[in-house]
Design a protein around this ligand. Structure first.
Ligand code: C2E
Ligand code: CA
Ligand code: CA
Ligand code: CA
Length: 276
């Protein structure tokens, strides 16, 4: 129990100080991480809901910090967004995901697209499509095996989004809307932008069994996606019941801990080898 206002102030300001010091340290380390190649990609499999076949993988970045161990993206992507490092990180992720996918294909494994998360900063870049084209050329990956995930918020500037997405899809890559249902509330962009797939946000899938509103929302998203000729994938599927609900409502694909968490490249390679 704190005694006086003075002590309270001291307590909070010290805490604040600690936090900003921690931030600075992390920021400093993150710059080094890029040079020292401490970032790694894990991949989460995406499955066809009816056949159970692996149909894609999502690349998710991790930071192998020499002292802190494996740092999840939630602990450094926000910081990287703020200081702009996300552009370099995102470019590294794109290149590494394409390189890895091409290597798997060259090894004779099942060919599936790799999904890469784009940050708003990358998306606002004038020449993003040229960067993506360069990376595809350099890694010799066929563009149809690259899927780019953007969020609804990135479509708010409709003029920019349509120009950018048109340039990207001209290359042959596909576009998915990540965390669908949590962002921008107008669906106007859905019929005008060259989008291939909606990813139903995990928050709706989580309570499908307990919450009738969430069940209704998920069912409606699937129906709407199909009416617009879009593919639809559910994120964060953890239970058999959730899977059965999604199957019953004709969802196309699923991704989640039930059938596979994000894993190291070697583990995904084994899955792709088995799938042939
Ligand atoms: P996201 O794109 O929505 O990625 C899905 C997140 O949900 C991943 O967390 C994944 O591990 C987690 N997840 C997957 N299946 C389940 C499940 O069944 N249950 C639960 N509870 N969680 C599940 P992760 O890897 O920690 O990534 C968090 C977020 O960090 C991502 O969310 C994405 O927004 C961001 N992120 C990750 N990699 C990158 C990247 O290369 N670039 C950018 N810009 N953002 C990234
Ligand atoms: Ca994603
Ligand atoms: Ca998501
Ligand atoms: Ca998310």
């Amino acid at each position: 129990v704190k005694e006086s206002g003075k002590n309270d102030f001291l307590f909070y300001s010290e805490e604040w100080d600690d936090r900003s010091r921690e931030r600075l340290a992390l920021e400093h380390d993150l710059k080094i991480a890029l040079q020292k190649e401490q970032l790694v990609l894990h991949y989460q499999p995406q499955y066809h809901l009816q056949t159970g076949e692996i149909v894609g993988v999502e690349a998710l970045v991790r930071w192998e910090h020499p002292e802190r161990g494996l740092v999840p993206p939630g602990q450094f992507i926000g910081l990287a967004e703020e200081n702009g490092l996300i552009v370099q990180i995102g470019e590294w992720v794109l290149r590494e995901a394409c390189r890895q996918n091409k290597a798997w294909q060259d090894a004779g494994l099942r060919k599936v697209p790799v999904s890469v998360n784009l940050s708003i900063r990358q998306f606002m870049q004038q020449h993003l499509h040229e960067k993506v084209a360069d990376i595809l050329r350099a890694t010799s990956l066929d563009a149809k095996y690259l899927d780019l995930e953007i969020t609804e918020t990135m479509t708010i500037d409709v003029a920019h989004a349509s120009r950018c997405l048109l340039e990207l899809t001209k290359l042959g890559v596909t576009i998915s809307i990540d965390d669908f249902g949590t962002g921008y509330s107008s669906f106007h962009y859905l019929k005008n932008l060259p989008i291939g797939r909606l990813k139903i946000d995990r928050s709706f899938v989580r309570d499908i069994q307990q919450d009738p509103s969430d069940a209704a929302i998920v069912a409606a998203i699937i129906a709407m996606a199909h009416n617009l000729n879009l593919q639809v994938i559910a994120e964060g599927v953890e239970t058999e019941e959730q899977k059965r609900f999604l199957q019953a409502h004709d969802c196309d694909e699923m991704q989640g801990f039930l059938w596979g968490p994000p894993m190291r490249g070697e583990a995904v390679q084994a899955l792709l080898a088995k799938a042939g």
